[in-house]
Ligand binder design. Sequence first.
Ligand SMILES: NC(=O)C1=CN([C@@H]2O[C@H](COP(=O)(O)OP(=O)(O)OC[C@H]3O[C@@H](n4cnc5c(N)ncnc54)[C@H](OP(=O)(O)O)[C@@H]3O)[C@@H](O)[C@H]2O)[C@@H](O)CC1
Ligand SMILES: [K+]
Length: 513
Amino acid sequence: MIRAYEAEAVRAAEAPLLASTATDELMKQAAFAVATEVLRELRRLGARRSGSTVLLLVGGGNNGGDALYAGGYLARRGLQVVAALCTDRPHERALAAARSAGVHVREVLDDAGRPRREELAVLADRAGVWVDGLTGIGARGGLREPLAGVVAALEDRRAAMPDEPTVVAVDVPSGLGTDDGTVPGPVLRADVTVTMGAAKPGLLVRPAEALAGRVVVVDIGLGPHLGEPALSRLTAADVADLLPAPVATDHKYTRGVLGLVAGSTTYPGAAVLAAAGALRTGLGMVRYLGPDAVTRLVHERFPEVVVGSGRVQAWALGSGIDPADDARAEEVRDTLQRALDDGVPAVLDAGALSLAPDRLAPTTVLAPHAGELARLLSARGEDTDRADVEAAPLAFARRAAARTGAVVLLKGPTTVVAAPGGTVLSQADGTPWLATAGTGDVLAGILGALLAVRGEDLAAGRDPDGALTAELAAAAALVHGRAGARAAGGGPVTALQVADAVPGVVAALLADR
Ligand SMILES: NC(=O)C1=CN([C@@H]2O[C@H](COP(=O)(O)OP(=O)(O)OC[C@H]3O[C@@H](n4cnc5c(N)ncnc54)[C@H](OP(=O)(O)O)[C@@H]3O)[C@@H](O)[C@H]2O)[C@@H](O)CC1
Ligand SMILES: [K+]
């Protein structure tokens, strides 16, 4: 599990260590890790960058101190290091250490405190690696001047350079929404982010995540002082632990039965895709409820699907359903109400989202994309649209979970899952090729199967804050993403191919357990 902590929690965890260690000890550890990563990048870049300098971008806080100490280590290794001071109050001890190690220091603000763009451009052009120590977790809101101007000038310069430099961010890319994953203003996009003590939520959710590059977490001993994470990301090992493999005494009812209300005469394929997702994930049985024509199509593909109602451990409702079809809408509403009354978990996507009652259960998963989430909240009196959600998916997933009392799985290039009890997860396991019709139906099937096989652990109030439900939703996103990547193999992929790749993914996850 990758655990991410907000700036305040990291500060609180640092406090006892700062009190008990010598001056700048933690900062030197952090700086050493940054220097190590810079050297690794230079090695990776090889001869192309030999003789090039390292440019330190130094702000007025401890983040700039990290960069200066890192520069000192690099200068002692024989590299040409230039520190561009973007503040009139640099960290004094770190600056002295950098100077005595041979770092060249340049002031890049004029007397009025504005960035000297030409001088900055010359320094930027000469450097193969930029170390971004402008601001870290101490910054609040979008970057102010002069740092906003410094970042804008550097981004302009980078765009004009034939050979882009490698940018190594100290702790977080400067300007990024550390806690909320937003991009509130100019941000210096990084290729590598060396983050201290623990990951931060903004490094694991869009849109900020896309500007952080590869994230390296440096252990500076905060572990015992950190509490509950603000956000987590499941690894393959975590997902393997969540998947119960069948045992010899299992039969189809103990393995879990999923009830599927999906597909319509307008979108019959959605039922096939959701069934495929569920069956390929592995469960005892799928029961299908739908129109005859769709049932025939499902049966042609999957004769093992059982038609008609009966006992189930979970429901998947909504894929390919037109909420304007009154009879079908009624069926979804009735089924959902019974599930809620009986404490049976359910996943709702597509057509079922607009049919959900105001309040749901923590074992109900709503699986919207950004536009659907905006409509869901708008229907509950909030004035919001797709662009708002895409700009702050973490905040909106949380808000929707709080508002509905359900787990919310917000689909996107990174999937955000929020539970009403506060658990939040994000998964980025897929491939852009997954943005194609029908893959959402497959995801609903995968998640439906996971809810069914873990149905006993979710039944009748056993997951009161939605924490396990949220983990299963995140696990479904991982399985779906990996299946997409496996099926795509770097090229286009269709939804049914994604479903067909799921058994291989599940087998690989279980084999590594
Ligand atoms: N403590 C330690 O030993 C350790 C600390 N560590 C490191 O310290 C970092 C945190 O350092 P920090 O708390 O000094 O804050 P930091 O991120 O440098 O920013 C403060 C500077 O930014 C400025 N500023 C603020 N908002 C701004 C804005 N919107 N736009 C523009 N400027 C803005 C603010 O200016 P001011 O508001 O004072 O005018 C001030 O100059 C952390 O990320 C990690 O790298 C680790 O290595 C572990 C050991
Ligand atoms: K930074």
